[in-house]
Design a protein around this ligand. Structure first.
Ligand code: IVH
Length: 684
């Protein structure tokens, strides 16, 4: 055993070193040593502490794994109360806030605001005494919270000891505990594998994890922290502005939002709101708005507080992405390829900025797992332009058969055995999540959607052949397959609802025009399962003509870049169906002609094998056009930046993707350089 003084010195050294690596890894996202090295140092410290328990300190990184379970959380009175913020939803409310601030400060000049994301987690206060983390508590009622110190020690990016210098003897650091979206997905996958309950969203997962009496459980949950302010101890800091305060917190080792900024006036606030709104889907954590704070701390003090909210700050919130509503019915939708999707019909609810009346339930297993039933109160989520979905039910609100029993009013949901549209059997393959109607084009639902797809802008581009017209044509038995479209007369069409003579003429002209197309469009228009626009283009380019594709077997098809066994099997299955070959023959007989694709080895392939990521607004090219141009020369456009990205094309207001590129050392180019690459190719 080493001499006590030597051991104590070594333990202190190890604590400091381990926390430095921890900070580099969890706060700076820039690991300094391999995991195995870290583990070795960690075990050495554990060994010393086991031999001489008096060496164990509260700020030892070994305490991050959790300790003995508690019986309850002790109450904790905050040194300075934890306030809430007033909310704004509309630009006018933000302008009114800015005006109140200027009136309060008796200035007409534009005021500077520190602006940052509003983290969607739980408010926390962390107390440091002489630089050591000694106590952490939830907000509670703002005056008294619950002490959850052992749990907070397990949060890897909360410093157990402050770095640098200049901190007061006692300081309360305020911020939010949350769970990153990726960590949440991983945690839920783990819960599912173990048969444990899944969490509805990262916020609930963070709350549930922090309120564990057994801190070992908290330690197994991937929580993170962001600091956004200071309670007690703020007066002792030599800073002039909130921005400087955040810089100081960062220097002491706290994670702070990388997106924080200082803007001028309500114009600056609204521009920041728009920018963060567009970054929101790509941020690694959930936010529910942005927070504006008067930047100068002396001005903050002058403005003071009204009741329990500051006059110097406001939260500008996004429309809520989740809301509660009631399931009025569960219907079945039949997709173009026969996919049977259960859909919840909802009592209309305003969520994610729109009124939602339907939400997808995805498939039978999902409905079963979530146990969604008619009459249930559910959490509905709509984020961005994503399809609304039912996240979870609220079990307590399930209607009961009678007042005193537990028996639910409605039985569990079951998928029908036959297609509700055509009565054909519903089948589900082994290992398949989706059940399908086996009726194929016999099923009017599938026939209608096959026709919508055929006529779509990016397929055969038949303007004027909308959903309503297709529905009527199929219902009246006038059209069974796309080939029937080419025999439609102006008189027949003019007889339909919402169709005048003139629009019937236009539609016949549009159908006629669609006779001349490209091979890629035609393949896409056929609606082969798993063959999207890009695959259709690849097939056209590789084979050069339709006969080649029809003749190809699974092996041959897999020679096409990006075509795997599943896509290849779908293509073979489609063309081995005699009915499909017949329709193609009828289409050719109706005068359909296409320009054939380029053979695989012809033409310039300047970006073949390269992966590019587009970010920001390019000066002249629309994003879709840039993408099409890159793909036309054999390149790929990816949605996110990784080490495998060859180039990031950045335009105006490029955001986190640009940052990521710079961080990973991926070359960043502008539109002019992209155009040069498209023309000349990459000089290897
Ligand atoms: S400042 C004196 N900044 O929003 C004002 N709060 O309604 C103190 N929140 O529960 C709050 N992100 O936990 C501030 N960047 C941020 C925030 C933030 C989230 C939460 C906070 C509080 C709520 C206020």
């Amino acid at each position: 055993m080493p001499a006590p003084a030597v051991a104590a010195e070594r333990a202190a050294e190890l604590r400091a070193e381990l926390e430095r690596h921890n900070h580099a890894y969890y706060v700076l996202d820039a690991p300094t040593i391999p995991d195995a090295e870290y583990d070795k140092l960690f075990r050495e410290l554990q060994g010393l502490e086991a031999e001489s328990p008096e060496l164990l300190t509260a700020d030892s990184p070994t305490q991050r794994v959790g300790g003995k379970p508690l019986k309850e959380f002790p109450p904790r009175r905050h040194g300075v109360p934890m306030l809430s913020l007033n909310n704004a939803f509309e630009p006018a409310e933000v302008e009114a806030f800015d005006k109140r601030v200027r009136d309060g400060l008796e200035t007409i000049a534009a005021v500077d605001y520190a602006v940052e994301p509003k983290f969607d987690g739980l408010a926390i206060s962390l107390t440091y005494e002489n630089g050591v983390f000694t106590c952490g508590a939830t907000r509670g009622d703002g005056v008294t919270g619950e002490e959850v110190t052992p749990n907070l020690r397990t949060v890897r990016n909360i410093p157990l000891r402050l770095q640098g210098e200049g901190w007061p003897a006692l300081i309360e650091v305020r911020g939010e505990v949350l769970m990153f979206k990726a960590d949440f997905a991983e945690l839920n996958a783990r819960q599912r594998d173990r048969g444990d309950k899944e969490f509805a969203n990262p916020r609930n997962a963070a709350a549930g994890s922090l309120r564990q009496l057994d801190s070992k459980i908290t330690a197994s949950r991937p929580l993170s922290f962001f600091a956004y302010g200071v309670g007690a101890g703020a007066d002792a800091l030599a800073v002039r502005t909130h921005g400087e305060l955040m810089d100081k917190l960062a220097a002491w080792g706290f994670p702070v939002a990388a997106e924080r900024a200082v803007v001028s006036g309500s114009h600056g606030q609204l521009a920041y709101f728009a920018k963060i709104g567009s970054l929101r889907p790509s941020l690694p954590y959930d936010i529910d708005g942005v927070v504006y704070k008067v930047n100068r701390l002396d001005w903050q003090a002058r403005l003071g507080f009204v009741s329990r909210a500051p006059r110097f700050a406001i939260a500008h919130k996004f429309p809520a992405e989740e809301a509660l509503t009631v399931v009025e019915a569960i219907d079945i939708q039949v997709g173009r390829t026969g996919a049977i999707t259960p859909v919840a019909r909802l009592k209309p609810v305003f969520v994610g900025g729109v009124t939602v009346t339907n939400a997808t339930l995805h498939n039978e297993d999902e409905v079963r797992r979530k146990d969604v039933r008619v009459g249930d109160t559910v959490i509905v989520r709509r984020a961005g332009d994503v399809i609304p979905e039912v996240v979870a039910i609220v079990p307590e609100k399930r209607p009961k058969r009678d007042l005193f029993g537990d028996e639910p009013l409605h039985p569990p949901f079951h998928l029908p055995k036959v297609c509700p549209v055509c009565g054909s059997a519903v089948a589900r393959g082994i290992d398949e999540a989706i059940a399908r109607c086996t009726g194929g084009l016999y099923c009017p639902a599938q026939r209608k959607q096959a026709l919508w797809h055929y006529a779509a802008r990016r397929a055969m581009d038949i303007e004027g052949l909308g959903d309503k017209i297709v529905d009527q044509l199929v219902d009246a038995g006038l059209v069974h397959t796309p080939a029937d479209l080419y025999g439609l007369s102006v008189e027949t069409l003019a007889g339909l609802d919402r169709m005048g003579e003139k629009s019937a003429q236009n539609l016949v002209a549009a159908i006629d025009q669609s006779r001349q197309t490209t091979l890629a469009r035609f393949i896409f228009a056929l609606g082969i399962r798993n063959v999207g626009e890009a695959t259709a283009r690849d097939l056209a380019r590789y084979f050069g003509n339709l006969d080649g594709i029809i003749a190809a077997d699974i092996e041959a098809l897999q020679q096409v870049p990006d075509v795997g066994p599943i896509v290849a099997a779908s293509i073979v299955a489609f063309f081995s169906e005699s009915h499909n070959r017949e329709i193609i023959a009828q289409l050719v007989a109706a005068g359909l002609r296409w320009t054939e694709g380029e053979p695989a080895d012809a033409g310039p392939k300047s970006l073949a094998g390269k992966t590019l990521v587009l970010t920001g607004t390019l000066p002249t090219l629309k994003r879709d056009d840039a993408k099409a141009m890159i793909e036309a020369t054999g390149g790929k456009v990816a949605g996110s930046v990784s080490k495998k990205t060859d180039f990031v094309v950045a335009g105006e207001e490029a955001g986190s993707k640009l940052e990521k590129a710079l961080e990973l050392g991926v070359p960043v180019i502008d539109e002019a350089e992209l155009l040069k690459l498209l023309e000349k190719g990459v000089q290897e």
